[in-house]
Design a protein around this ligand. Structure first.
Ligand SMILES: Cc1cc2nc3c(=O)[nH]c(=O)nc-3n(C[C@H](O)[C@H](O)[C@H](O)COP(=O)(O)OP(=O)(O)OC[C@H]3O[C@@H](n4cnc5c(N)ncnc54)[C@H](O)[C@@H]3O)c2cc1C
Length: 509
């Protein structure tokens, strides 16, 4: 077996970014992926005449060519991959629909800060100044987070915080507290909170700076998807890794990380291969690494406590629909809908803990961004929701298929009711994925597709402040369970960051 300088466990987009970053520097790296194809959630599957995207609704942090900003742009530009993927820019930010009887909302929000502020003002008169202030603060938040990312010691981090007083002031506030402090009218706040389900922590708890940083990233730079689905991104990473002399192995589930003298010594696969190495980057959950891949005595007690204290983020449920009518014929004129009973996010989060009461969804129509996403005269609609508990694992096994089908139908009903668009008669292909599907396919505990929950004590700032030396000699984490919380851009950035830290930590000298 060839000896590699580094081994990456898990070939999701975070692990691939880590491996490509190392490979580009001539550091030989093996990616070990348990599934038959790499990419993790960044994948697609085929049913009948449709190719469905598994996960990606929108990639943020990838500014256009004339404004090449954003965290995803930074990763892909550095690796020379931005131009190796054909991108489609999304037509608008989102359409928000709520059923709130007292004050229902049906608003289409555009990309572009000025256009967005004006659209909110049209829907919530008197909000313009407060909304503009949110974006002013967002610029400060972005600068402070970027400076914090560069600080390497606790002292440097403290100094950085003190040099950004507005940031420091807002740092401890929740989304709801931050909007209240800015004098935001309730209806405008509700509209701005449209993306809350992407972070899936209720706005009474969700960190203001985290949310606003994400909102700004979407609105300022817009969003993209690869024309050939996220698999195109996965393919670009794999090509980069292989062209630079490293390898991606599929059907290679990892069974154990071998540790000697308090540092990693190699990785064993279920198939009996052993990869000796001094550096391991895990693109999988720390709970799996500490609970299964390491022997109990090798895991420091503090690490076990920290891992056990963290809560899982949303457990995913998706309905993938191939429709026998074009988007135009059906009136699917938007790309992305957020549909919520109302904007009481605390209640919605609680109700998302049960199969009976979860009624939130984000639905995307691929054809609204790329008319050629499915054969002529057809369209693809993907509905996603998240669960805030393990209710799917707790449900009796004999009811599983019936419940999955019934819940998928209820999501279709909700969509039809919210938009007035009939899709049921035109369903040609339908596939549903529950948290159990995601758990099995990605190896993510509970089917949590967004890593750890951004709880108040475990938000982006807290994680950045705790950032330090690797937790066990030569062991690093990348991806959705890593430092930057969930999402494609975050997973890629944390992969690149893990690789950089391993290099700076002298692992390869
Ligand atoms: C339905 C859905 C919709 C989403 N929508 C968006 C969106 O619109 N925008 C966005 O930015 N993000 C979105 N996300 C989140 C995004 O997909 C993830 O944050 C990101 O893909 C995580 O990448 P990752 O590399 O951390 O992990 P994963 O993609 O989970 O990859 C982990 C990999 O590790 C492998 N693995 C696990 N255990 C082992 C083992 N023992 N040995 C070897 N390999 C192992 C798995 O097979 C998998 O390939 C969505 C996710 C889902 C599921």
């Amino acid at each position: 077996m060839r000896q590699y300088d580094a081994v990456v466990i898990g070939g999701g987009i975070g692990g691939l970014a880590a491996a490509a970053t190392l490979a580009k520097q001539g550091i030989s790296t093996a990616v070990l992926e348990k599934n038959p194809s790499p990419g993790g959630a960044a994948n697609s599957f085929i049913r009948g005449r449709f190719e469905f995207e598994v996960s990606l609704h929108e990639l943020c942090g990838f500014g256009p060519d004339d404004r090449p900003l954003g965290s995803a742009r930074k990763v892909l530009d550095r690796l020379g991959l931005s131009d190796r993927v054909e991108w489609v820019r999304l037509p608008e930010a989102y359409r928000l629909i709520t059923f709130d009887e007292a004050s229902p909302i049906d608003a289409v929000l555009p990309f572009g800060t000025d256009a967005y502020i004006k659209a909110v003002e049209r829907n919530a008169p008197g909000s313009e100044k407060a909304v503009a202030n949110v974006f002013r603060l967002a610029a400060e938040i972005r600068a402070a987070l970027s400076d914090l990312g560069k600080a390497r010691t606790a002292e440097e981090r403290k100094k950085t915080l003190l040099s950004h007083p507005d940031f420091l002031h807002i740092a401890a506030k929740s989304v709801d507290e931050g909007f209240a402090e800015l004098g935001m009218p309730k209806r405008a706040a509700d509209i701005l909170k449209g993306y809350w389900a992407y972070l899936f922590t209720d706005c009474e708890e969700l960190s203001f700076l985290h949310y606003v940083n994400m909102l700004n990233s979407y609105i300022e730079l817009g969003s993209v998807v690869p024309k050939r689905r996220s698999l195109a991104l996965t393919g670009a990473f794999c090509d980069c890794i292989r062209e630079n002399g490293s390898d991606v192995f599929t059907n290679a589930p990892v069974r154990r990380i071998r540790v000697e003298n308090g540092a990693v010594a190699g990785v064993e696969t279920e198939n009996g291969s052993f990869f000796p190495t001094r550096t391991v980057i895990c693109d999988i959950s720390p709970a799996v690494v500490y609970g299964r891949l390491l022997a109990p005595e090798q895991v420091p007690a503090a690490l076990r406590r920290k891992t056990n204290a963290r809560e899982l983020s949303g457990r995913g449920f998706c309905v993938y629909l191939g429709l026998s009518r074009s988007a135009e014929e059906l009136g699917l004129n938007q790309y992305s809908w957020f549909i919520y009973p109302d904007m009481d996010t605390r209640r919605q989060y609680r109700d998302a803990g049960s199969i009976e009461t979860n009624r939130i969804q984000n639905t995307v129509c691929q054809n609204a961004a790329d008319p050629g996403a499915s054969p002529p005269g057809t369209s693809i609609l993907t509905m996603t929701t998240l669960f805030s508990s393990d209710c799917w694992s707790e449900a009796p096994e004999r009811d599983y298929h019936r419940q999955k089908d019934a819940f998928a139908r209820s999501m279709i009903d909700t969509f039809e009711r919210a938009t007035g668009i009939r899709i049921s008669p035109y369903i040609e292909e339908m596939e549903a994925a529950s948290p159990l599907t995601f758990s099995r396919y990605l190896g993510a505990p509970g089917g949590a597709i967004y890593g750890y929950r951004a709880a108040a004590w475990d938000s982006i700032l807290a994680r950045k402040m705790m950032d330090g030396a690797p937790e066990l000699g030569g062991l690093y984490f990348a991806g959705g369970f890593g430092m930057n919380l969930n999402g494609y851009s975050s997973a890629m950035s944390s992969g690149m960051d893990a690789a950089d830290r391993a290099v700076k930590g002298g692992r390869f000298s």
